[in-house]
Design a binder for this molecule. Structure first.
Ligand SMILES: O=C(O)CCC(=O)C(=O)O
Ligand SMILES: [Fe+2]
Length: 287
C-alpha cells in the first residue's frame, strides 16, 4: 500500500491539485495542533459544557435509535479504558449534527456556536467557491452551516460501517480526541463491495452470499487518526471507521466549484428531492 496519502503538512494549492480535483484522499498529521484549544479535547471538558443537551444516538450506520443527554452518553459509553479487543461490545454512536433539514428538531447549532472560537478549519481547505452549500462568498465550517456538519462522539469500539457519502459530496473529518482507524477503498472497488441493489458489505460481518467477491477489494488507505490529524474523504470512496479509544471528531461535507458538473448531474438525476439538498439549496428554508 502506498503511503503518499499521508503527509505532515499540505498547501492549499497541493490540496486542490493533488487531492480535491482528482478525488484522492489525504491524511494530514498534526494539522489541527494550532487550534486555540488544541486537541485533544477532554470528554469531561465537553460534558461540562454540553452535559444537559439532548443528543441523538445512532447504530453503526445512519439509523437514529434514541435520544439521551450528552452527559448520559459520556457516563454510560465512555471511560471504560478497557482497550479494544474481540470482547468489546459496540456502543451506540453519538452524531450531533447542526441543522440540515427543515424538520430536524435536535441540532448542534448552539454547541458549534459556543465552540467556534476554539477550533479552525484546516488551512489547506478552500475558503470559498463552494457550490454545496451554495455561497457567493467565503464559508468557514466553524461558523457557517454545512451538510452533515457535526460532532461525532463514541466510546471505544464505536464504528461507522462501510459506506459512500451522500449528495455527491466530499468530506473533511478532524480528529479531536482519541484514536480512530479509518479504512478506505477507491470507487472502483464498488464492483466487489456492493450487491447492485444499493447494498454495501459490512466488513465486520461480511455476507459471502450477497457479496461473493468482497475479499478482492483492496483498501487504498488504512490509517489510525490521532488527535490533531485530519482526513479528506473524496466522493465515491468507500470508507469505514472504528474508534480504538473514546473518540471525538468534527466533520462536514461539501462540494467545491471544481466538481460543479458532478454536483449538477447529481441534482438533475433526483438529488434535488433530498431533504438536506432542499434545505441548503432553497433560500426560503434556511434562516
Ligand atoms: O468517523 C466516523 O465514524 C465516520 C465518519 C463518516 O464517514 C461519515 O460520517 O460519513
Ligand atoms: Fe462517511
Amino acid at each position: 500500500m502506498s503511503r503518499s496519502h499521508v503527509v505532515d503538512s499540505l498547501t492549499a494549492t497541493d490540496f486542490l491539485h493533488k487531492h480535491l480535483e482528482p478525488g484522492l484522499p489525504v491524511v494530514v498529521r498534526g494539522t489541527l495542533n494550532g487550534w486555540r484549544v488544541p486537541p485533544p479535547w477532554g470528554l469531561t471538558w465537553l460534558k461540562e459544557r454540553f452535559g444537559d443537551c439532548e443528543v441523538p444516538l445512532f447504530d453503526t450506520l445512519f439509523a437514529m435509535e434514541e435520544l439521551v443527554t450528552f452527559g448520559d452518553y459520556v457516563d454510560t459509553h465512555t471511560g471504560m479504558d478497557t482497550g479494544l479487543d474481540e470482547n468489546t461490545s459496540i456502543p451506540p454512536y453519538l452524531r450531533w449534527f447542526t441543522q440540515q433539514s427543515k424538520d430536524q428538531m435536535i441540532t448542534a447549532d448552539e454547541a458549534f456556536e459556543e465552540l467556534a472560537d476554539y477550533w479552525a478549519v484546516p488551512s489547506w481547505l478552500p475558503q470559498g467557491d463552494y457550490v454545496f452549500p451554495p455561497a457567493s462568498g467565503q464559508l468557514d465550517a466553524t461558523r457557517d452551516s454545512f451538510p452533515a456538519r457535526g460532532m461525532f462522539v463514541c466510546g471505544t469500539g464505536g464504528r461507522t460501517r462501510l459506506h459512500v457519502d451522500p449528495w455527491a459530496s466530499d468530506a473533511c473529518l478532524c480528529q479531536v480526541t482519541g484514536d480512530k482507524r479509518f479504512i478506505m477503498f477507491p470507487p472502483e472497488a464498488g464492483e466487489f463491495l456492493t450487491d447492485g441493489n444499493g447494498g454495501t458489505v459490512d466488513l465486520d460481518e461480511p455476507d459471502g452470499t450477497r457479496f461473493p467477491e468482497w475479499r478482492r477489494a483492496v483498501p487504498a488507505l488504512d490509517e489510525v487518526l490521532s488527535p490533531g490529524d485530519a482526513i479528506f474523504i473524496p466522493q465515491g470512496w468507500y470508507h469505514t471507521a472504528i474508534a480504538l479509544t473514546d473518540s471525538v471528531s468534527l466533520t462536514w461535507n461539501f462540494t467545491h466549484r471544481v466538481h460543479e458538473e458532478r454536483f449538477g448531474a447529481y441534482l438533475s438525476s433526483g438529488g434535488e428531492a433530498d431533504p438536506v439538498v432542499a434545505y441548503f439549496m432553497s433560500n426560503d428554508e434556511r434562516p
